[in-house]
Design a protein around this ligand. Structure first.
Ligand SMILES: *Cc1c(COP(=O)(O)O)cnc(C)c1O
Length: 386
């Protein structure tokens, strides 16, 4: 076995597609100690700078003191604790939905929701750039997948109009695309779902906590939350915590409690983790200036990188892709940035389509103006070498 696997790894390496783990020996934040060296972090999804916030840490500690650490079993056995219920109620309030259901991770949410809602006789319409966890949920569901070109509403409508046999139709999309940082056309998707009697599911992983008047996400920002059947999101990115949710009708949540295998057959989140998420929601509500800060910093950095002549698509989110094409080039640039103390990871196939390797720069509310300037200078230096 080892010979065969080692040979496969060598193939990855020859194509500049080998990945390995870096180790961080500090709290998450704008500055971290990564593989023994202090670097400015420009690749985290901790958009609001909350991952190490003392209020979140204290909330977790307090509940750990009261309820211990482990949850003991699946939620359907005896693992459903008051902290889970309290968090679900708060998520539903923020999302203005009847109910919400916690999952242990966003990955498990997508896999569980999609495979519960659709099956063999159904068709899923999925944006070409949707997150891998959506794709895995689709595969697990055994429904037929029809992938539409990224954000192409004309193509999607043609596919919907041509579909006559499906028992159920589900349209699924990221709201903010994780590797491109662009935004789904939610109002048009909602209209198409209605016209063609399809269900609509939106993954707000990179929008929750960042967009909308109350931070509920892109659906709130665009005023279409009420037209989305399943709003999914994660608590591990802007919320700085861990776990994920599905928000929607009470009957949806009741159904998922019965049918989502990633809820039924897994241990409940530790109650302290739910408490940490609840503290994060409190901060999201109370400190809208964090969202304003990160979006302003992102706008600045995006413009600054563009003005260096880099291929940076326009956008409005804290995800700033610097398109480089080949995996080799992306890897080289990432290494050179690291030499200047800037941590940005190279995103290569299969995470993104072949020929679209990139550096995925992300900004957080914790970055200072000086940090942003240092990032720009490091890029300037890399370009001058190329
Ligand atoms: C990160 C991400 C997920 C997975 O969320 P986790 O909580 O990290 O498992 C799902 N969907 C999208 C679009 C993501 O970016």
């Amino acid at each position: 076995m080892n010979d065969i696997l080692a040979a496969e790894l060598r193939v990855f390496e020859e194509k500049c597609l080998l990945r390995s783990l870096r180790t961080v020996a500090s709290a998450q934040g704008r500055e971290i100690v990564c593989d023994g060296r202090q670097v400015l972090n420009f690749c985290s999804n901790d958009y609001l700078g909350l991952a190490a916030d003392v209020r979140i840490v204290e909330a977790a500690k307090q509940v750990m003191g009261l309820h211990g650490f482990g949850s003991g079993s699946s939620r359907l056995v005896c693992g459903n604790m008051d902290e889970h219920a309290a968090l679900e109620a708060e998520i539903a309030t923020l999302k203005k939905t009847e109910a919400a259901l916690l999952f242990s991770t966003g990955y498990m949410a997508n896999v569980g929701i999609i495979s519960a809602l659709v099956g063999r006789d159904d068709v899923i319409f999925s944006d070409r750039l949707n997150h891998a966890s959506i794709l895995d949920g689709i595969v697990l569901s055994r429904a037929e997948m029809k992938r539409y070109p990224h954000n192409d509403m004309v193509a999607l409508e043609q596919m919907l109009a041509a579909e006559t046999k499906a028992r159920r139709k589900l349209i699924v999309t990221d709201s903010v695309f994780s590797m491109d940082g662009d935004v789904a056309r939610l109002p048009e998707l909602a209209a198409l779902a209605k016209r063609y009697h399809a269900w609509l599911m939106v993954d707000e992983a990179h929008a929750f906590g960042l967009f909308g008047a109350s931070g509920a996400g892109m659906a709130e920002e665009m005023g279409v939350a009420g037209s989305i059947d399943i709003q999914m999101g994660t608590l591990s990115k802007a919320a700085g915590s861990f776990g994920a949710y599905a928000a929607g009708s009470k009957v949806l949540v009741d159904f998922l409690v019965n049918a989502a295998r990633s809820v039924v057959f897994t241990t409940a989140l530790p109650p302290s983790v739910a408490a940490a998420s609840r503290a994060a929601l409190g901060i999201i509500r109370a400190e809208p200036q964090r969202r304003e800060k990160v979006l302003a910093s992102a706008a600045f950095l995006r413009e600054a990188l563009r003005s260096l002549g880099l291929d940076v698509p326009s956008g409005t989110t804290p995800i700033i892709p610097v398109m480089l094409g080949s995996a080799e080039r992306a890897l080289c640039c990432s290494k050179e940035l690291l030499e200047s103390g800037i941590l940005v990871s190279a995103i290569r196939p299969p995470t993104v389509p072949a020929g679209t390797a990139r550096l995925r720069v992300t900004v957080t509310a914790a970055h200072t103006d000086q940090d942003l300037e240092r990032c720009v200078s490091a890029f300037r230096k890399v370009i001058s070498h190329e």
